[in-house]
Design a protein around this ligand. Structure first.
Ligand code: ADP
Ligand code: ZN
Length: 295
């Protein structure tokens, strides 16, 4: 029988579980998928377990909201750690899966999963490195370097870099830890709070709010470029649906970098994701394949 892989994209609002295939040429197919609302672990995970009981797989890739523990030498490896989501802090996600399904696992963050999917099958296909930034309810980033997901003591938390303020921006920022970090200034809720509660998709394209948003996102691209020198920076998340932001980000990026470094052609360097909602699930299926190959 053909090898089947499982995928779990665990988000703060919904989980997506899928079964599919992934071959050595990064050809991925999704055969079945379900969406499960993220409530409390007892409920959400019961549905996840039921899905994989009904649909047996040979390996599973998990890309989870976090922060999560990815340090294999840690006693809490595989846990979701400090989330404010009721019931999920210190939840042994990977351990509870392993108790029920004895297969090889891939385990990483939601944005790392999407970065991996985009690199192997999406916007960055054929490259060896990319950085993926989601700008939605929060801001998160993941990177793949030399074909490998970038991890260190823990996983990067790119949404929380400290920002230089735009001179016209007096919004205090909404991150409970840092106020005006990247997430605190650019996530959807920040964009809306800065405008006194106007929905982000209702803010006109020519509103100065988008220049401010682009300035911060460009500044983040400058920082990530100088630190990692990726071959491509890919944006996903609800706010990136504002396509008019891309030329603004590229222009501000060029201004702020000020010719210090050579980069790829900016139209091909700072781009919208290609896989959309499939990026995470695609990455998970590839991680399941990798875990199977390693086992
Ligand atoms: P999540 O981060 O929860 O997975 P999204 O990536 O869709 O979900 O992010 C939701 C946020 O993105 C909302 O706060 C909203 O402000 C913003 N958003 C959603 N759609 C749009 C849009 N078309 N234009 C601008 N902002 C949007
Ligand atoms: Zn922060």
């Amino acid at each position: 029988m053909a090898v089947k892989y499982g995928a779990i994209e665990a988000g703060g609002t919904k989980f997506v579980c899928a079964v599919g295939t992934a071959d050595e040429n990064n050809h991925v197919t999704v055969e079945k998928r379900v969406k499960i609302p993220t409530t409390v672990p007892e409920e959400t995970m019961a549905d996840v377990f039921a899905f994989f009981k009904e649909n047996p797989v040979d390996a599973i890739g998990i890309a989870s909201f976090g922060p999560i523990d990815i340090n294999e030498s840690s006693a809490t490896y595989g846990y979701i750690t400090t989330t404010p989501k009721p019931g999920w802090a210190n939840y042994d996600f990977l351990g509870e899966m392993k108790k029920r399904f004895a297969v090889p696992y891939g385990w990483t963050t939601d944005v790392n999963g999407a970065a991996y999917g985009e690199l192997k099958c999406g916007a960055a296909k054929g490259l060896t490195s990319c950085l993926y930034l989601t700008v939605g309810t929060g801001v998160g980033g993941g990177a793949v370097v030399n074909g490998k997901i970038l991890e260190g003591y823990g996983h990067p938390e790119m949404g929380h870099i400290i920002m230089r303020r735009h001179p016209d921006d007096h919004y205090e920022g909404h991150c409970p830890y840092h106020h005006d970090c990247l997430e605190g200034l650019t996530a959807g809720p920040a964009v809306e709070a800065r405008q006194g509660g106007v929905k982000a998709y209702d803010i006109p394209e020519d509103d100065h709010a988008w220049d401010i948003e682009a300035y911060y996102l460009a500044q983040a691209c400058v920082d990530f470029t100088t630190i990692l020198s990726p071959e491509m920076i890919i944006f996903g998340g609800g706010v990136s649906h504002q396509e008019h932001l891309f030329p603004k980000i590229r222009e501000s990026f060029a201004e702020q970098l000020n010719n210090y470094l050579k980069t790829p052609d900016l139209d091909k360097y700072i781009v919208h994701c290609a896989l959309g909602d499939d990026a995470g699930i695609t990455g998970c299926l590839l991680l399941a394949r990798d875990a199977m190959n390693e086992a």
